[in-house]
Design a protein around this ligand. Structure first.
Ligand SMILES: Nc1ncnc2c1ncn2[C@@H]1O[C@H](COP(=O)(O)OP(=O)(O)OP(=O)(O)O)[C@@H](O)[C@H]1O
Ligand SMILES: [Mg+2]
Length: 581
């Protein structure tokens, strides 16, 4: 089954692959004729024996040693060209297949359900997209053709050898079945061990990746020793698996080499014996010894091919695991709706994991152009609630309506384009500020970018940077403060001109004054859009048309500032604390 999955990647490359196989057959044929010409030269031209087999050689060469040499030379040249073609074709095939798989993986990863990333380890995913694809590429570039090569070589050489001498041929193949059985057992072991090895490598990448991402935390908490120990554990686990694999291969090489040596010795002794007795001609013996030599390398390689084949099956399975992940697809009948910004939550409950409800029976509605404030302790489900609005997750129970249309029936991509969500943890690309702001919208001419940046109160700051809007930020660029990052990501969302704007605690890193200025500026520009503001600061939400207080996944209070500040409850408590500061 898995072999089929592996081979289906050949689609689109069959012609080239068959071309490579033809090149192999030509190359094998020519190299196998070689020993026959040598035998002919020794026995028939030099030894002047009667020509009993391969009579066609007499027609081509006659009894002329010079001609024999020229024919061999021509064969060598043609063989060389075939070898070259085989190399070229197999490179085109394997590189093409690798590219296809990588493209397919990447685009699949772009479109899988968001929840997939909650459990997937980035390092492991990277390993699957790189090192596992490489294993598969090697399979198509080298192993598969090598397998064909060995196969063709054995079949053809059998044919050539039988024509020379049946007894010696049988003797040449006597250990082959043993070798095959041994190889199969080896293959099973390699497959199992490689899986462990590959998983260990994935774990190692994951630890490395996490550490590099979180290097600030590691330094700030002086956790270097702990991290080093953690890495040492996965690293030594990887080494153990690798050693196991290497030992397996070492065992295979030594045993299979021993078998091959034994095989050659067998031919040598019995061949000499028969030659001395006069049963076999000297030319035939030399031809057989040449065949044995020729078969030696490919048969040796055969073990590697089979072992690597095991690896490839594991790799393709790990790749397929990603490709099998369901895509974040629309429900049947989902369409594009012109979004106005009326939102209604109808008894919505949600759990990330089974039965562990993070949101319980949420009911509220906001009209187009209104502002909703959400207040609640950390972990109460605020971010979860607004994530539902982008349909990154689907409510476990209940329904969300946008402009009276069930959200399930709105095209997801369209919805996301029309809902501007400013994340709690802003993410900036390793690009210029200009690109970072313009990335989400189609219209990214400079004046719109400047306008958005001004609204987000970051324009002046950017202008002061040496390279202004061309300053590179993100991983490789200048370090920005938390508030600067937040404002750039606010500017990015403003560019989208969304009908629904969500601030998930996105004003928290700003001082109260800037916070208020941005909200005022937005009122002027995006007045028609519905806004949801999550905040721990009453001042950020007190002007909202409606405020909900979320505690432990439930709405415990609802109203506006005037009502809530006088009502017993969390809102009043927080208001009193923040008001007295
Ligand atoms: N991807 C996830 N998978 C599983 N559980 C999650 C996931 N994201 C959040 N949770 C859980 O859901 C609960 C609510 O989280 P949420 O992020 O919505 O809280 P919040 O109100 O936004 O908190 P904060 O004020 O700290 O941002 C938490 O208990 C959290 O552990
Ligand atoms: Mg949150």
């Amino acid at each position: 089954m898995k072999v089929k999955t592996l081979l289906k990647n050949l689609k689109g490359f069959r012609g080239l692959f068959i071309g490579a196989i033809i090149a192999i057959i030509i190359e094998c044929l020519l190299s196998l004729i070689y020993p026959v010409i040598i035998k002919y030269s020794i026995d028939n031209i030099i030894g002047k024996q009667e020509i009993t087999n391969y009579k066609f050689l007499y027609k081509i060469i006659g009894l002329n040693l010079g001609k024999a040499a020229v024919v061999m030379l021509i064969f060598t040249v043609i063989g060389g060209v075939s070898l070259f073609l085989k190399g070229q074709l197999s490179a085109i095939v394997s590189e093409g297949i690798a590219k296809n798989i990588k493209d397919k993986l990447f685009s699949h990863l772009q479109n899988v359900k968001y929840s997939y990333y909650s459990n997937a380890e980035t390092g492991d995913l990277i390993q699957r997209c790189t090192s596992d694809v490489d294993t598969v590429r090697n399979f198509f570039g080298k192993q598969l053709l090598e397998f064909v090569n060995v196969f063709v070589l054995i079949i053809l050489s059998l044919f050539f050898m039988v024509n020379l001498n049946v007894k010696l041929t049988l003797l040449s193949m006597i250990l082959l079945p043993l070798l095959v059985i041994f190889t199969i057992v080896f293959f099973q072991n390699v497959k199992r061990t490689f899986k462990e090895y590959d998983e260990a490598e994935g774990k190692m990448s994951a630890v490395l990746q996490e550490n590099l991402n979180g290097v600030r935390v590691v330094k700030a908490f002086a956790k270097e020793k702990y991290e080093i120990e953690k890495y040492e554990v996965v690293n030594s686990n990887w080494r153990t698996k690798n050693m196991k694999l290497l030992k397996l291969f070492a065992l295979f090489w030594s045993v299979s080499d021993g078998m091959i040596m034994l095989q050659i010795a067998l031919i040598l002794f019995s061949g000499i014996y028969w030659t001395v007795r006069g049963d076999v001609s000297l030319g035939t013996l030399i031809a057989f010894l040449t065949y044995q030599g020729m078969l030696l390398y490919p048969i040796r390689q055969f073990g590697r091919v089979v072992g690597d084949f095991g690896k490839s099956l594991v790799a393709i399975e790990r790749i397929e695991e990603i490709l099998r992940e369901p895509l974040d697809e629309n429900l049947e009948g989902a369409k594009i709706h012109n979004i106005q910004g009326n939102i209604e939550f109808d008894n919505v409950s949600f759990s990330y994991e089974k039965d562990n409800y993070v949101l319980k029976n949420i009911n509220f509605n906001i009209k187009q152009g209104e502002t909703l404030g959400i207040l609640g302790p950390t972990g109460s489900g605020k971010s979860t609630l607004v994530h539902l609005l982008t349909h990154l997750f689907t409510p476990t129970k209940g329904k969300i309506f946008i402009d009276k249309v069930d959200m399930e029936l709105i095209d997801k991509k369209w919805l996301r384009q029309n809902v501007g969500l400013i994340l709690q943890e802003p993410f900036l690309y390793a690009k210029s500020i200009k690109e970072n702001i313009g990335i989400a919208s189609d219209d990214n001419n400079e004046s719109s970018i400047y306008e958005a940046a001004s609204l987000a109160h970051i324009h002046k700051v950017i202008k002061e940077f040496q390279e202004g809007y061309d300053t590179t930020v993100g991983e490789k660029g200048v370090s920005l403060s938390g508030g600067q990052k937040q404002r750039i990501s606010i500017a990015r969302t403003i560019m989208k001109n969304s009908k629904i704007l969500i601030f998930d605690d996105s004003l928290s890193a700003l001082d109260t004054e800037t916070d208020s200025k941005i909200r005022k500026a937005l009122k002027g520009k995006n007045d028609g859009s519905t806004k949801i503001i999550i905040s721990h600061r009453i001042s950020s939400i007190q002007e909202a048309d409606k405020i909900i207080v979320l505690e432990n996944g439930e709405i415990t209070q609802e109203g506006n500032h005037e009502i809530l500040k006088n009502k017993e409850g969390l809102y009043k408590r927080i208001w009193n604390i923040q008001n007295s500061l």
